[in-house]
Design a protein around this ligand. Sequence first.
Ligand SMILES: N[C@@H](CCC(=O)N[C@@H](CS)C(=O)NCC(=O)O)C(=O)O
Length: 232
Amino acid sequence: MTPTTPTTPTTSPPQDIQVSVLRWVPPIVQGLVRDLRVRWALEEAGWPYSEHIVSQADQASAAYRALQPFGQVPAMQCDGLNLFESGAIVHHIAERSPALMPPDAEGRSAVTAWMFGALSSMEPPIMMFNVLDMIYQGPKSDDYMGLKAWVVGWVEARLDVLSGVLTGKDYVLGDFTAADVLLGTVLRILRETDYVTKRPVLAAYQQRCEARPAFQKALADHLAHFARHAPK
Ligand SMILES: N[C@@H](CCC(=O)N[C@@H](CS)C(=O)NCC(=O)O)C(=O)O
């Protein structure tokens, strides 16, 4: 496990936080694996953590399935809890860190709503596009092309809504919150396309999110981990 140092220390961070990370993934998905969201939230909160490296064999093991029932990453051990699902983990951190959630009830509900919005209204069409565009290698029949065009329309409609919401704002709720950690990392899934870059409001938003020192530190640590474990 490699300890990392936070960019923005806050008061009394929990001790001995461990975040599970895959040992190595191909470059095409480096920078997208969902431990990045958790690393970013931890950096924003200023909570130090260690990487818990998970091999393919570990993913299938009963011990790891007790932490992450689907054998995926990320899982996080923190505060005596075993947490899984990147959204739930980021929410756990956000609820305890003023860097990611405002103190007032109305503001906190808005952050939570946008966290769900990122993961249940934005990410599903974007992931479906990703599956059709990058992962599926089968025949490109007329049915496939029709489905892909439909999914592209779904993705673009969601992006248009987000672009409208972000117009005139730095972040989705004005100030930076955990919702931007999720929205920013969901938009990254489209990095091989021009769907984000051709929308100036979204392109500026993504650049703003990714220019944050906490994101830069999280990404550097995420990529350095894969570089250290690259197959020889
Ligand atoms: N909904 C889950 C998805 C987790 C997920 O898809 N993790 C991927 C990496 S981004 C994974 O572990 N893939 C390896 C596998 O499924 O075997 C979350 O947000 O945490």
